[in-house]
Design a protein around this ligand. Structure first.
Ligand code: NI
Length: 272
């Protein structure tokens, strides 16, 4: 499969999970002109055949190069940024959960689930395939969630774009990130305010903001529960002193953006 086709299908899956992203896309396009996707992000467990080293293969095949490493030790995660061979393709942010750092009970669920599932050997099919394993029980979900919101999210949603990202620097007239965010808030979209509405600064060469993940009802053995699904991100990149657009990420900002899918960081509702 060609990379463009992969991203087209990935977007279709993404807006099926989080239809509000489609609405945001239309709204931003109507107000600021054509949209370029800055990056997509994926989550996984560090177990073969779904580890980061497995999932990066198609991107390397499409000409991407692995760039910087981003450690998130207190979230038991690490990640890499991948730079595409040309401007028509987005950057990629791949992260994986270090399962040996979790409790034996959580680790057991993950290891049992991965080894007990017939997994697509082709990483492209895997990344377009959604959740390949059976839904955890509500008790299992809660066990994972207490320890790692990332693990809980991955147990339910599996493989899909955790987020797409609007390249604000590539919009018509290069608006301020706060202008784009302000427009969305005025329409009632809720932003992730962990670490501030706008993360990063021009001196860090990257500013980011994101919506909180769209809440979706998932039916567990214990009945339907409202859970965070996918979110939309907004990135404004600045030019490095040598004149090239900065293509890295900022670990401190990414850490706060991970909270976009944390149910606990949101306003409690009657469902929780
Ligand atoms: Ni991102």
């Amino acid at each position: 499969m060609q990379a463009q086709e992969f991203y087209r299908r990935l977007w279709e899956n993404y807006v099926t999970i989080a239809p509000s992203a489609g609405k945001i896309h239309e709204l931003v396009e109507a107000r600021f002109g054509p949209i370029r996707n800055d990056h997509v992000a994926f989550r996984t467990f560090d177990i073969s055949p779904i580890s980061l080293a497995d999932l990066e293969k198609p991107f390397l095949h499409w000409g991407y190069r692995r760039d910087q490493a981003y450690p998130f030790p207190d979230k038991h995660l690490h990640a890499y940024g991948y730079i595409p061979p040309n401007d028509d393709l987005p950057l990629v942010f791949l992260s994986e959960l270090t399962t040996r750092e979790l409790s034996a009970r959580s680790r057991d669920w993950i290891e049992r689930t991965v080894s007990g599932t017939r997994l697509e050997p082709d990483p492209v099919a895997l990344l377009l395939g959604g959740r390949p394993w059976a839904l955890p029980t509500w008790a299992e979900y809660q066990l994972l969630e207490a320890e790692s919101a990332y693990a809980a999210w991955l147990s339910v949603w599996g493989f899909c774009a955790n987020h797409f990202t609007i390249a604000v620097h590539a919009l018509r007239d290069d608006p301020a990130l706060s202008d784009v965010v302000g427009e969305l808030r005025a329409r009632g979209f809720v932003m992730n305010e962990v670490g501030g509405m706008i993360k990063g600064s021009p001196s860090q060469l990257l500013q980011q903001a994101s919506t909180v993940a769209e809440s979706r009802s998932v039916t567990f053995d214990a009945g339907p529960k409202e859970l965070p699904s996918c979110y939309y991100e907004f990135a404004k990149r600045y030019t490095e002193p040598k004149g090239e657009l900065y293509l890295g990420f900022v670990a401190a900002s990414a850490k706060d953006i991970f909270e976009s899918t944390t149910a606990r960081s949101r306003t409690p509702t009657r469902n929780r």
